[in-house]
Design a protein around this ligand. Sequence first.
Ligand code: IMP
Ligand code: MG
Length: 173
Amino acid sequence: MTPLLTEQQIADRLPPLAAEIAAAWPRPERLVLVGPLKGCVIFMADLSRALWRVGVSHDMDFVRVASYGAGTESSGVLRLESDLYHPVEGRDVLLVDDICDSGRTMDFVSRHLACKGARAVRTAVLMDKPSRRALPFAVDHVAFTIPNAFVVGYGCDLAEGYRGVPYVGIYEG
Ligand code: IMP
Ligand code: MG
């Protein structure tokens, strides 16, 4: 595993990212951070605390999304396996994930949130791989833009392993 983002780099990036979100959204309406399980959890935990430090109060909620079909290459067709616990109608939502890759997950979940009546949806990711998009999707708040490589750690898994690694590494098998 080749280190890509160190613990220090991630820790240093969180306060400016939180400040950027706070500035873009000065008066959120009952803000809720929504993450697709499970890759989002480590980043959401740290981003949540960084947002509190800059005075942005919020709740947290989660969805679970799976792609139809088996195998390693995703079919590209997503389904919602587990929905939000609380309604988001009339609320502002920050959709938070570890990586935006093809863009399908964030596109699917943001459409779902809009269907559920969210007042506004913005997006934040730890890592963006813009070269991998299967559809046009722009993330509002990106901590790091990374090249097309398979990464693990800081929430990102390989067959459920490595999520707790405190930095991000390029997995080379
Ligand atoms: P999408 O292709 O943008 O829909 O990304 C789907 C999901 O794949 C993301 O939420 C990540 O959890 C996961 N993913 C994408 N790239 C990687 C990677 O390099 N390592 C581990 N998980 C990844
Ligand atoms: Mg994921």
